[in-house]
Design a protein. Structure first.
Lengths: 116, 110
């Protein structure tokens, strides 16, 4: 399998639930990202990991907790979410952090999250 | 904060028409990327432009980076239904993370 794979594709959860999103990249990249895509808003960067160390945390609420156990896997742990957290959550990877011209982003197909 | 404004937000055209979408900012960027996102999928990189005034072509798509490296345009010739999708521009300054524009949602009707 190649590219960036995200599971699950769809997730419906209540506000008191705890769930996790998973991302796996098979590209040998060193950086991984979580983005949030909401209707009528630009893609919002949430977290960046470079060589398994978090290098960016864009003022994301603590109900979102990332985990990067190795350079190929990235998780987003969710707990006590709000309805406004409903969105498409995209994972991406790049050779090096920053998405520079010589290190573009490769995205997964996202997890469509609905919080009820 | 680097703000990227894309216009138009929505565009619906007939197959065979030409169109241009824009990505503008007041900031200077070291590079700018265009991505296309189809329904149910993640964004896919189309092109990266680096030099002011640079023009790149990808089949029927022509990308231009402004001379001052503050803006970019994407021109599609003879649009086809397969061009339908969300077109996103993204840019950064050296060392900073990518900032994305709000996107142009294009629909090409057969």
């Amino acid at each position: 399998e190649t590219g960036v794979t995200q599971t699950p594709r769809h997730l419906v959860m209540g506000m008191t639930n705890k769930k996790s999103l998973k991302c796996e990249q098979h590209l040998g990249h060193n950086a991984m990202y979580w983005y949030k895509q909401s209707a009528k808003k630009p893609l919002e960067l949430m977290f960046v990991y470079s060589l398994e160390e978090r290098v960016e945390n864009n003022s994301v609420p603590s109900r979102f907790s990332p985990e990067c156990p190795n350079s190929s896997h990235l998780f987003l742990h969710l707990h006590t979410l709000q309805p406004e957290d409903s969105a498409l959550y995209l994972c991406a990877s790049s050779q090096s952090a920053g998405g520079l011209y010589n290190s573009p982003l490769h995205f997964g197909n996202g997890t469509r999250l609905t919080v009820t | 904060t680097q703000l990227l404004e894309q216009s138009p937000q929505f565009l619906s055209i007939q197959e065979g028409e030409n169109l241009t979408v824009y990505c503008n900012s007041s900031s200077v960027f070291s590079s700018l990327q265009w991505y296309r996102q189809e329904p149910g999928e993640g964004p896919v990189l189309l092109v990266t432009v680096v030099t002011g005034g640079e023009v790149k072509k990808l089949k029927r798509l022509t990308f231009q980076f402004g001379d001052a490296r503050k803006d970019s345009s994407l021109h599609i010739t003879a649009a086809q239904p397969g061009d339908t999708g969300l077109y996103l521009c993204a840019a950064n300054n050296a060392g900073n993370m990518l900032t994305f524009g709000g996107g142009t949602r294009l629909m090409v009707k057969p």
